[in-house]
Design a protein around this ligand. Structure first.
Ligand code: HEM
Length: 491
């Protein structure tokens, strides 16, 4: 018996040594295994990925391989070399396995016959082109109703205090849900459970949920599956609604009823987890940077149609026709500072990656590659001067046109900010999201007086644990006071 235990322990030790004795081969990126066997840098990475990657970048440069919980991850931080991964034409990188592991872990979702290309095509049909106009119009109607007409928005001339993050998330989520799901009966319940689920999602991904939290996640997931489940589609959903069409798509691809309801939660999260937090940061930056707020208000005041026609007459068409470079720059700057995505791929064939400076690196089959645009380009001081500062006009040329030329070491940078991802998995809902955020901010500033409760209040710090999951969320909130303007909104 003792002998067997000894043999097993010996075997485990050999395996451990095999894992820990990986050495850097010729032409491979610098290798940093970290102090702990097997775990490597896992703890530091998951606690604050931005801080960890900045430290590694300083130590090793724009490309390095780190060990994270048994995996070897090559991190690439030179945006001018991203195309080697994003637009690789040698089929050396794959996203399918990483995606399906994530879907299983976060959404208990397994789609065996899943075809990502046809799903993306379906998404494009429904969020872009002709469908986009309809979605934009519907979003406008629902934003107006939740912001201006719902019982919990305030009455004219009466000041109300609230937490800005909660307020923005709630407005954008409700309007987005009503637009895509076309059901108003359960929006409050869906929102409540969604926030509980979303709040614990990054911990769920890292496997660091505590006892009580696990229960909260499971309960909210189950309630959301029920609330979103396809059978209740017949209760009030139009025949050609986005949701009904999605169910049809899943059925056509042989997805059973159980997985259909789980896929609904995935879509709810994909479409609703970013707009609310993004709206919070836009308004938060404007409120804490008076010169930026004045520039946006002045842009709205200066829009020709606003003086000629009433804002209420055909507000959406009016808004879409206008060029709003100042707002666009504010949005780009906000997303530069808050959109923290990680683009991950698995190396399925040995690959020589050519960097923009001409150096070549050998990437090993079985390793992973991760692009982390939040650290570079978005916060790269060689591309964006004072990268931690909010400068509302960073994306504006002097003649008030959109600035899209940024340089690093004298070379123009193609990917100078990447809040929407890039390549084959770039956000399908980008145009819809941009219009929704513009509608929301313009509606808010036109119809409400809004100010900070405490004039010197600052934006709360962001929660480092959410890095890698889209728009960052604050650790705390910002208290604001607001009231509906009188019958004739003006600024
Ligand atoms: C500020 C708002 C938003 C941001 C910053 C954002 C960002 C992103 C990013 C970075 C990705 C790619 C993730 C990856 O590489 O795997 C993505 C994917 C996606 N987004 Fe968005 N998104 C936003 C809003 C929306 C909205 C409102 C919709 C639709 C209503 C939407 C629909 C999608 C879909 C369907 C995908 C999956 C694409 C695929 O798998 O090929 N997004 N989004």
């Amino acid at each position: 018996m003792l002998g067997t235990v000894f043999l097993i322990l010996n075997g485990l030790l050999v395996l451990l040594l095999l894992y820990t004795t990986r050495t850097r081969k010729k032409n491979e990126p610098p290798l940093d295994k970290g102090f702990f066997p097997w775990l490597g840098h896992a703890l530091e990475f998951s606690k604050d990925a931005e801080k960890f990657l900045k430290r590694m970048k300083e130590k090793h440069g724009d490309i390095f391989t780190v060990r994270v919980a048994g995996s070897y991850v090559t991190v690439l931080l030179d945006p001018n070399s991203f195309d080697g991964v994003l637009n690789d034409d040698t089929n050396s990188f794959d996203f399918t396995q990483i995606r399906s592991n994530l879907l299983k872990k976060l959404f208990s979702l397994q789609l065996p016959g899943h075809n990502p290309k046809s799903e993306r095509k379906w998404m494009q049909e429904h969020f872009q082109g002709l469908s986009l106009q309809k979605l934009n119009a519907s979003m406008h109607v629902h934003l107006s109703s939740v912001m201006l007409k719902s019982p919990d928005s305030c009455s004219p001339l009466e000041w109300r205090e609230d937490r800005l993050f909660e307020l923005c998330y709630s407005f954008l989520f409700r309007a987005g849900y009503l637009t895509l799901y076309e059901r108003s009966d359960d929006v409050a319940a869906v929102y409540e459970d969604f926030r509980k689920f979303d709040g614990l999602l990054s911990k769920l991904a890292r496997g660091s949920l505590k006892g009580g939290e696990k229960k909260v996640v499971t309960t909210s997931q189950e309630r959301l599956w029920d609330l979103l489940s396809p059978p209740s589609l017949n209760n009030g959903t139009g025949p050609d609604s986005w949701q009904q069409s999605y169910v049809q798509f899943l059925q056509n691809h042989g997805v059973d009823a159980d997985m259909q309801k789980k896929a609904q939660l995935l879509q709810l999260w994909t479409t609703q987890c970013n707009p609310g937090p993004a709206a919070f940061w836009v308004l938060g930056f404007l409120l804490t940077h008076p010169e930026a707020m004045e520039a946006v208000k002045s842009e709205i005041r200066g829009l020709p149609s606003l003086q000629e026609t009433s804002l209420q007459r055909n507000p959406l068409n009016w808004l879409q026709r206008q060029s709003t470079p100042v707002f666009d720059s504010v949005l780009s700057e906000t997303l530069r500072l808050t959109a923290a995505i990680a683009i991950r791929r698995e190396v399925v064939k040995d690959k020589i990656l050519r960097m923009s400076d001409g150096k070549e690196y050998h990437l090993r089959r079985g390793d992973k590659v991760c692009l982390f645009p939040f650290v570079s380009p978005q916060k790269d001081p060689w591309i964006h001067k004072d990268p931690e500062m909010f400068k509302y006009d960073r994306f504006l040329n002097e003649d008030k046109t959109v600035k899209d030329e940024f340089y690093k070491d004298g070379k123009r940078v193609k990917y100078y900010t990447m809040p929407w991802g890039a390549g084959k998995s770039i956000c399908v809902g980008k145009e819809f999201a941009v219009t929704a955020l513009k509608q929301f901010v313009f509606m808010f500033l036109t119809h409400f007086d809004v100010e900070l409760c405490s004039p010197n209040a600052e934006l709360p710090p962001d929660n480092p644990g959410r890095v890698g999951f889209g728009i960052r969320q604050p650790d705390g909130d910002l208290r604001v006071r607001f009231r509906l303007k009188g019958s004739q909104p003006e600024m």
